[in-house]
Design a binder for this molecule. Structure first.
Ligand SMILES: C[S@@+](CC[C@H](N)C(=O)[O-])C[C@H]1O[C@@H](n2cnc3c(N)ncnc32)[C@H](O)[C@@H]1O
Length: 220
């Protein structure tokens, strides 16, 4: 299915058509959870495309993971469906020559909470296989493409710097025709938009004016 043909439905997705997991922690920890208006767009995409292999880069406390999992469970019956979610047990600081590790008050609790929530989600994942990979996004890409024949949808919600985003996606190698990527936190007019536009010449692109912006791409 072409994203272009259903784009208006994704753009117009309404929060009222979805239910959202509660925020698992209060805002004293890093308030990094995706908000419902952004998740609704992803939910609509999942309902329309029913992708078999989904990758979330940036789990945080697994609110988005739970939302995506619940949507995938609705169409998973009878076919192989896998949800990978990827994060690290520290706050990664992106540096030109690699990542540095930092922590902030409360962040350990966030990681502990994430692990516990993933454990619980795995138990009730039903027909969907949920796999948590505790690594940097660009280290997880090569692992994922080794175990699945193709990746259909990547929700990139990890480090939002353009160069890091590119490294993360390139780590998946050649993505197949029809593959969709949703980059969270891409505001219109931001240089990232031009940068990705130049790098993704074989892809159709769509920009969403949600609270923090989303850039959607589909491989032609
Ligand atoms: C905005 S939060 C993710 C929110 C989550 N997707 C949700 O829907 O609630 C960003 C997460 O990305 C993680 N992250 C940042 N850079 C990363 C990287 N290079 N590899 C893996 N995870 C990364 C952070 O540790 C943080 O937990």
């Amino acid at each position: 299915m072409k994203l272009a043909d259903v784009w208006n439905q994704i753009e117009g997705a309404n929060e009222a058509d979805f239910s959202f997991p509660d925020k698992p922690s209060d805002s004293e920890r890093n308030p990094w959870h995706s908000n419902p208006s952004e998740l609704a767009k992803i939910g609509m995409f999942l309902r329309l495309f029913q992708p078999s292999v989904v990758v979330e880069l940036g789990t945080f406390e697994a609110r988005g993971t739970e939302f995506i999992l619940e949507e995938m469970k609705k169409y998973a019956g009878g076919k192989i469906t896998i949800l990978f979610t990827v994060d690290v047990p520290y706050i990664p600081m992106w540096l030109p020559n690699g990542y540095g590790e930092t922590t902030a008050p409360g962040f350990d609790a966030s990681v502990t909470l994430r692990r516990a929530r993933i454990k619980d989600l795995v138990i009730r994942s039903g027909p969907v296989e949920l796999i948590y990979i505790e690594r940097l996004a660009y280290d997880a890409g090569p692992i994922i493409v080794k175990v699945v024949p193709e990746v259909n949808f990547i929700f990139h919600d990890a480090c939002h710097l353009a160069a890091a985003m590119m490294d993360d996606i390139k780590s998946f190698g050649e993505l197949k025709e029809g593959t969709v990527i949703c980059f969270d936190n891409v505001l219109e007019g931001h240089c990232i938009f031009d940068f990705l536009g130049n790098e993704f010449k074989d892809w159709d692109s769509f920009h969403l004016k949600t609270e923090t912006g989303q850039l959607w791409l589909q491989r032609r």
